[in-house]
Design a protein around this ligand. Structure first.
Ligand code: GLA
Length: 389
């Protein structure tokens, strides 16, 4: 059954913040929310300057923040039941153990580097985005922390600058050379809509999600160790393909160019490039199909996306394949793996009336196939990040 999604924990967070940091009116925190995201189609295309079709969802990260008299950042994570003290004025890189506070440190240092003279702050963070499951928990964390640090230091930053800075924090402090999709969606999502985003120009068009549909997210509950390293390797393969074609990025190669020139690439690199180039084209076509209500075409495109990620890009795994297989049910419009791959979640677009039945049946079939208990979420598309008043 779909998990009920917890109500915004902003109030609980204010309360816990007062318990930890004192409840003088002068130290009352401001609370900033940044959402996780789904991606209907357009996977591993963002860092190739291609198209993606994400939506911000009602699973989010909240950061409560109040200024401190000194320059330090004291941050409590309610997800990890842990507190850390950071000094963004000190130089040096991230902690080597991959600690969660690296994201906070990275955002704080990069904000300072970009000329925002942010002061010390007490922060408390809580999240309903399942961690590391392909729903962009890290982008939600980075963006909510960035808005909180800017907010309590009296700065208003341009949203695109926040998204770019959060992406850099991921590159430099978490070691993942991600594209901009996740951070962009956390900043620019729109309630009730997905968006067709051109990752080259960053132009986007909001595409309404019909009321007659629901987004079912299925967490396979596995995360294979490979994920981080393999992501950067896939990105390197794509860059190699672009280099061999003599273009700045794979965006410059159309499916027709690829058909003609694919012999110029060695087999493994050719498969990676074929995924990226066809996936970007599928994404543009999927947006048009959604706009004209052609669900049958949309479903075919999502299925083709999954096959291409599995066979050409090689980022799926048995559990993701099992979950997508489990979604062959009445009322399902389309299903595919989502995010970086090697575990995490799938996305299934479902006719509204069938959503709870589909989600129950998928969970059952997945359990029978793998022995694992999946977590199912019925998500809605929400607005991008902002302050909770
Ligand atoms: C991760 C990255 C994104 C994107 C997806 C794959 O979520 O953070 O930038 O590359 O993987 O589409």
């Amino acid at each position: 059954m779909a998990e009920p999604i917890a109500a915004a924990p902003a109030e609980a967070l204010r309360f816990a913040f007062a318990e930890r940091f004192g409840n003088a009116a002068s130290s009352a925190p401001r609370v900033f929310r940044a959402p996780g995201r789904v991606n209907l189609i357009g996977e591993h295309t963002d860092y190739n300057d291609g198209f993606v079709m994400p939506a911000a969802i009602n699973l989010a990260t909240w950061t409560a923040a109040a200024p401190r008299a000194d320059q330090r950042i004291v941050v409590v994570s309610r997800s990890f039941y842990e507190e850390a003290e950071l000094d963004p004025a000190e130089s040096g890189g991230p902690r080597e153990d991959g600690h969660w506070s690296n994201f906070v440190l990275g955002v704080a240092r990069l904000l300072r580097g970009a000329g925002f003279a942010i002061g010390g702050a007490n922060l408390m963070i809580d999240s309903t985005v399942p961690l590391g499951s392909g729903l962009s928990s890290s982008a939600a964390l980075e963006v909510s922390v960035a808005l909180a640090l800017l907010g309590v230091s009296g700065f208003e930053a341009d949203r695109l600058e926040v998204a770019r800075l959060a992406q850099r924090a991921e590159h430099e402090y978490a070691g993942a050379r991600c594209g901009l999709m996740d951070q962009f969606t956390a900043c620019f999502g729109r309630a009730g809509h997905t968006m067709l985003l051109d990752c080259q120009s960053l132009a986007y068009r909001a595409v309404p999600l019909p009321n007659s549909t629901r987004l079912v997210v299925a967490n396979t509950m596995v995360k294979h160790e490979l994920a981080a390293g393999e992501y950067n390797l896939r990105r390197a393969d794509c860059e190699e393909a672009a280099r061999l074609f003599g273009v700045p990025s794979l965006r410059a190669i159309s499916p027709a160019d690829f058909a003609r020139r694919q012999g110029e690439l060695p087999p493994a690199i050719r498969r990676r490039a074929r995924h990226v180039i066809t996936e970007s084209a599928r994404t543009v076509e999927a947006a048009a199909a959604l706009e004209r209500g052609d669900f049958s075409r949309l479903g075919e495109l999502m299925a083709a996306s999954h096959r291409s990620l599995r066979d050409d890009f090689e980022v799926s795994c048995t559990e993701l394949d099992a979950m997508v297989g489990a979604a062959r049910l009445d009322g399902v419009i389309g299903a595919r793996m989502m995010g970086g791959g090697f575990g995490g979640c799938t996305i299934t677009l479902v006719e509204a009336g069938a959503a709870s039945e589909v989600s129950r049946e998928m969970a059952l079939r997945y359990h029978l196939a793998t022995g694992l208990e999946p977590q199912m979420y019925e998500c809605t598309a929400v607005d991008g990040a902002g302050e909770e008043r």
